[in-house]
Design a protein around this ligand. Structure first.
Ligand SMILES: Nc1ncnc2c1ncn2[C@@H]1O[C@H](COP(=O)(O)OP(=O)(O)OP(=O)(O)O)[C@@H](O)[C@H]1O
Length: 234
């Protein structure tokens, strides 16, 4: 990827969901650029279209119109090559972090990462060592713990490490602090920002938590499907 390739580029993206009288414009003429190594927060009221934006950027939803480029790849063109191409792109180039970690209950922290590595189709799955990544999120001492034996903040940190196993170019993060207290929320978003800046990952983070915006490079607000920059929210 050259220096000018954006992590995410949305142009005039509209997404209509539902049918007939229930049809809703979840995204309305949205433009957004996210550079490599930039953490952009998306705020806005419930139902504004924030999750829809993540779904479109993550190739999980097809926009009604407009252009979506991820890491220089046109998702529309990729979709025309087939769902297999999109799924492969998602597995190999994108990372997702969900509310409360979304971990597999039966697996240890280390095995969560091993499984993700295998699913991502990375080479040498047998010899993959999850410890450096767990260490990077301050969790190597909990490598053998299952999610039920971890705190909310610890689960979220494992979720972040898991999202990084495929070395994603674009990380999509949905309400990472929803289950956390204030101190843990800061810790988790600080960690995301550090990883984003160190590794040059473009990050889009949906949040209701205005406390953590100070760690973000830029904040945009969605209202009724439309996106606006938020000046000086920090
Ligand atoms: N499958 C669907 N069918 C009909 N309407 C939908 C569907 N999915 C989303 N919507 C509507 O699209 C709009 C945007 O939803 P979205 O989930 O993107 O909002 P959000 O900003 O993420 O909300 P929240 O903060 O509550 O998670 C809402 O009005 C929602 O009700």
């Amino acid at each position: 990827m050259d220096g000018t390739t954006l992590g995410l580029r949305l142009r005039d993206v509209t997404l209509e969901v539902g049918d007939g009288a229930g049809k809703v414009r979840a995204m309305d003429a949205v433009d957004l650029d996210v550079a490599p190594g930039e953490l952009v927060a998306v705020v806005g009221p419930s139902g504004a279209g924030k999750s829809s934006l993540l779904a479109v950027a993550g190739a999980l939803a097809t926009p009604t119109s407009g252009d979506v480029q991820v890491l220089g790849e046109d998702l529309g063109a990729m979709r025309r090559r087939g769902q297999g191409a999109l799924a492969e792109f998602r597995r190999s180039r994108l990372g997702f972090v969900f509310q409360s970690g979304n971990l597999v209950p039966a697996l240890t922290a280390a095995d969560q990462l091993r499984l993700a590595y295998r699913i991502a189709g990375r080479p040498g799955a047998r010899s993959f060592d999850p410890l450096p990544l767990l260490d990077a999120v301050g969790m190597s001492h909990r490598a053998d713990h299952r999610p039920g034996e971890l705190s909310g903040g610890e689960r979220q940190r494992v979720g972040i490490a898991r999202a990084l196993v495929n070395d994603p170019g674009l990380l999509l993060v949905d309400e990472p602090t929803a289950a956390l207290d204030r101190a843990r929320s800061h810790e988790v978003v600080e960690l995301l920002a550090a990883r984003c800046h160190e590794r040059g990952i473009a990050v889009v983070m949906v949040t209701h938590d205005h406390d953590v915006l100070t760690h973000c490079d830029r904040v945009v607000e969605m209202i009724d499907g439309r996106l606006a920059q938020v000046p000086d929210v920090q």
